[in-house]
Ligand binder design. Structure first.
Ligand SMILES: [Fe+2]
Ligand SMILES: [Fe+2]
Length: 191
């Protein structure tokens, strides 16, 4: 499929998700999730004292610049769109209420993670046992969250959102990032 074929031009998940694919907003979200999984692996390395040069700074940039926008994309646009478009048999309410609780926990945890990483960055130090444990818990929650979103949210969004929804979504995500996404010609199938 196109996802892997286009991976090279998208820049891979070691860099922020490419704004060039904003016209395909669900592909953008998919790539954001690959990026988040990559960042979780980096945090794991930091927690286990195997971090590479520049890793702490890279994770800090992700947590402060990229992740808040991703959480907003989901909470302000994708979740409400799914609530509107899904059928009763999709049982979307349950998944979204779980994911919204996760986001609230992440919102409370991220400042603590940032504080730990800023201290490590300033001191050029490795995390102590308590700090490693906080980092490890954070990535365990994040990974569970990603699994649920990839298994439920993205497939339902691909099945249920209309072309107009996708166009609006790409405009909203572009505005959030101060860019105007190119219009995509849509030919997805919808009932
Ligand atoms: Fe997500
Ligand atoms: Fe999420």
């Amino acid at each position: 499929m196109g996802i892997d074929k286009n991976r090279a031009v998208r820049g891979g998940c070691s860099e922020p998700t490419s704004l060039a694919i904003l016209a395909q907003p669900l592909e953008f979200i998919h790539d954001d999730h690959l990026r988040e999984r990559h960042i979780c692996a980096m945090i794991d390395e930091i927690a286990q004292h195997h971090m590479k040069e520049g890793a702490v700074r890279a994770v800090l940039n992700f947590l402060t610049n990229e992740l808040p926008l991703h959480l907003q994309d989901e909470e302000e646009d994708i979740f409400p769109l799914l609530m509107r478009r899904c059928e009763p048999e999709d049982e979307i309410e349950l998944a979204i209420s779980k994911l919204t609780v996760d986001h609230a926990h992440a919102g409370a945890d991220i400042p603590k993670i940032v504080e730990i990483l800023e201290k490590l960055d300033a001191e050029g130090a490795k995390p102590n046992e308590t700090e490693s444990s906080v980092l490890t818990h954070f990535i365990a929650h994040s990974r569970r969250h990603l699994i649920l979103e990839n298994a439920v949210i993205l497939p339902l969004a691909r099945a249920r959102l209309t072309d107009a929804d996708l166009n609006n979504l790409s405009i909203r995500m572009g505005q959030r990032r101060s860019v105007k996404p190119p219009q995509e010609k849509r030919h997805e199938e919808h009932d």
